[in-house]
Design a protein. Structure first.
Length: 282
């Protein structure tokens, strides 16, 4: 008979698992990939920086959920805040966040602290703890399909976010679709047509994505139609094969305009990111 491990042993095991995989949402493999792909991701990062810096807000505090190491974040935007709470399940996120942004935040006088917590599971509590903060989800909401592995549960959880935050100023950037492309992108930089390539898209409902059937891509074993602008980006990257739906299309409120940003995660694999800032309901 094997004795059950002590709570301290279980805590250490959980820490190690999250350090390695962060419940399939990151971890050491993610940090290694991000470090090696910094040059290839530079163009997408500039698009994200431009999107963030174009936004204006009154809040001086930031509640950063799923901030990880901030590999794709704008240090200049982070430095606009007086204080930042970084929430992530990955225990290594604090170290890499410091390496990526510590010097910039120290220069700006921005105080920040890291908390190893599940930002989505504890969202209601976190929101109450930070009543004056702007809330930003950094590349986390599109990962819940891998963490929860239950499509209905993911959809319910993501749809509920806008209800929890109905009276708050918040925003997110997250994976919407990802898949293989017949286009090899050099590590140095993207071709001219992809530089700062952004497209505005509004989700009124699932039906708003439908077209005349000519702009179809196989996503999760199903045919999915897209508006002309999205299809143009799909054509430019030569989308091929079957793509992954990250189940995040309904995160934002109805008819909310989003920025659609292509991200070449690998030389022949592209993610489409959705980004938007949401103002409080009157």
């Amino acid at each position: 008979m094997i004795d059950k491990p002590y709570p301290a042993g279980r805590a250490m095991l959980d820490w190690m698992k999250d350090a390695l995989h962060a419940q399939e949402t990151g971890g050491l493999s993610w940090h290694a990939s991000a470090w090696m792909a910094k040059r290839r991701w530079e163009s997408t990062q500039k698009s994200i920086d431009s999107f963030l810096m174009d936004q204006t807000m009154d809040q001086t505090e930031l509640l950063l959920i799923g901030g990880s190491a901030g590999w794709m974040m704008s240090g200049s935007w982070l430095a606009k805040f007086k204080s930042i709470r970084v929430i992530d399940i990955d225990p290594l996120a604090s170290l890499f966040f410091y390496l990526n942004h510590g010097k910039t935040l120290k220069k700006s006088g921005t105080a920040w602290r890291f908390e190893r917590r599940d930002g989505l599971r504890e969202l209601t509590l976190l929101v109450k703890e930070s009543p004056h903060s702007f809330i930003w989800f950094d590349n986390v909401l599109g990962q819940q399909c891998f963490k929860l592995k239950d499509e209905d549960l993911v959809l319910r959880q993501l749809k509920h976010i806008k209800e929890i935050l109905k009276y708050r100023h918040w925003g997110s950037i997250h994976d919407w679709l990802s898949g293989p492309v017949d286009l090899v992108i050099p590590d140095s930089e993207l071709p001219e047509i992809f530089r700062d390539q952004r497209h505005s898209i509004a989700f009124a409902s699932n039906e708003s994505l439908a077209s005349n059937g000519e702009n179809t891509l196989v996503v999760n074993n199903k045919s999915m139609d897209f508006d002309v602008g999205t299809q143009m980006l799909l054509s430019q990257v030569n989308a091929r094969g079957e793509w992954q739906d990250h189940l995040s299309a309904e995160v934002f409120p109805t008819s909310q305009t989003c920025q659609l940003i292509p991200w070449f995660f690998k030389p022949n694999y592209c993610h489409f990111l959705l980004a938007s800032f949401i103002k409080p309901s009157p």
